[in-house]
Design a protein around this ligand. Structure first.
Ligand code: DC
Length: 234
């Protein structure tokens, strides 16, 4: 039996290839792609702009309830808008990236983000659209009943190379060692935070992308979807 709509949860650490896989799958399955990291990034940027005390959960929450976060998917990736103004590159700048784990650690912030993400998925599926959502807590918190839960991982060195390339493409100058240090620190923060730490759920499909091309990873997921009778075989 083929269900009318499919929901795909993709979790994993920085640079595992979540975004690339999610965009490719969304194209193939005509799905809505939701990059949840951009939402946390926009919140951190808004807090910096408002010069609030970023360590104060209530103040951060106030900002979250005030701002308008909008993500638009294009053929070239996601464009992020904060209160109607494009911030696609700014949210990746190192001074913003550094602040994101702080806002992402607050339970009340996460609860609000999860509600928004669940609503986005529900609205899309109600309209008959498939959903591919990517982040750290998608299988654990946002889409508990996703049709398929993928946990992507890769060697730290490979993840560092990928992140370095992404940052260079955004015009951000940095070095391998700097990115490696940042990735190790973010892995630690993602896994050790008490509110929704990054973890592998029992029914996750774990895929190591270290030696895969994007096409190979996509094929592995498509095979799984066929095995689960979520898309037609052949
Ligand atoms: O996916 P990304 O690296 O752009 O995410 C930016 C930060 O946001 C990262 O520190 C992890 C956090 N994040 C999160 O806590 N939960 C999500 N669903 C997505 C991102």
């Amino acid at each position: 039996m083929n269900k009318k709509t499919i929901s795909i949860a993709i979790d994993g650490p920085v640079g595992a290839g979540k975004g690339t896989l999610a965009i490719a799958l969304a194209k193939k399955l005509n799905a809505l792609y939701v990059y949840t990291g951009a939402m946390y990034r926009e919140l951190a940027l808004a807090c910096l702009r408002e010069k609030i005390d970023i360590n104060n959960e209530e103040e951060v929450l106030k900002i979250l309830n005030k701002i308008y976060i909008e993500l638009k998917n294009t053929d070239y990736g996601v464009r992020a808008f904060l209160d109607g103004k494009e911030v696609s590159d700014e949210i990746f700048k190192p001074h913003v990236s550094k602040m994101v784990p702080i806002v992402a650690a607050f339970p009340k912030v996460r609860r609000e983000m999860v509600l928004r993400q669940q609503k986005t998925a529900k609205d899309a599926m109600r309209k008959g659209k498939n959903v591919v959502m990517e982040g750290r807590d998608i299988a654990t918190d946002v889409l508990h009943d996703a049709d398929i839960k993928i946990y992507l991982t890769a060697d730290t060195g490979v993840r560092t190379q990928r992140r370095l390339k992404q940052l260079e493409e955004r015009g951000i100058k940095t070095s391998f060692n700097e990115v490696l240090k940042d990735i190790e620190e973010r892995d630690r923060q993602d896994k050790e935070r008490s509110a929704s730490p990054l973890r592998i759920v029992e029914d996750a499909v774990v895929i190591d992308t270290t030696n895969d091309t994007v096409g190979q990873t996509v094929d592995k997921v498509i095979e799984k979807l066929k095995e689960k009778n979520l898309i037609l075989k052949g």
